[in-house]
Write a protein that binds this ligand. Sequence first.
Ligand code: NAD
Length: 275
Amino acid sequence: SDQSTILFHDSNSIPQVGLGVWRTPNDTAVTAVQAALSAGYRHVDTAAVYENEDGVGEGIRASGIARSEIFLTTKLWNADQGYDSTLKAFDASLKRLGTDYVDLYLIHWPAPKRDQYVDTWKAFIQLQKEGRARSIGVSNFQPEHLQRLIDETGVTPVINQIELHPDFPQKENRAYHEKHRIVTESWSPLGQGTLLENPVVAKVAAKHGRTPAQVIIRWHIDNGLVVIPKSVTPSRIEENFKVFDFRLDAEDMATFADLEKGGKRIGPDPMTAAF
Ligand code: NAD
């Protein structure tokens, strides 16, 4: 039951399941990251704006697992967009994380009103050249934002991390990503917990003798998505990773498709977000 990885177009690869640590204070991040690494996770997703990069770094060091075995993602916050400010913010993130590179650096939001994401992306390209950001990608980008990066820099992000759950499957964005060899990563993959008591999910869970969280995570994996469920509870962290010894079949996928009818976004719309 080995975990699966997905290959980027830059030839690095990412473990398909990672631990999300949004709304996790530093001290809790230390223990959550340790619990995840001891359960077998090798991928952690944080961001400068989560204000827990210190805790994530400490958790990694306390785990005793080599830094080189762990895939670490952080994100640039909107207020730091722009070429020089990006380079500065990146240094500050590395310092807090206590590492000399990240595996993946993401532009957190396109923030189109700022109109700085192309300059920001140029700084990301520089950071990758320096080897300090092994891979570079984006989050919450719509196809028009991605197309601008590609047209103006010639460098395609390896991944786009977007809100995605079975009742908000983002099919148009995924089709665009596929065309450009951009991996899709699901944030709020459990719908921030709102899907865990859904009867459609319960039906698939009962069929497989699994928990609702496990079959939703498996839905992401079987759709070729990278998935970063969040929990700070060690038993749930473990549960969310015990997903590599079964898979969903066509019938399950059809059952899950029922959820799309009621589907909706939970988080901000990237086109109109206030920040
Ligand atoms: P999620 O969909 O992962 O749901 C998390 C919640 O589900 C937890 O708080 C917990 O209450 C519940 N839960 C988790 N596992 C469970 C289990 N096994 N049993 C019962 N309940 C369980 O929500 P999320 O935290 O919003 O998203 C995951 C990660 O995605 C974040 O931590 C963050 O890393 C990332 N994210 C990124 C962005 C972005 O803009 N890029 C935005 C939101 C989240």
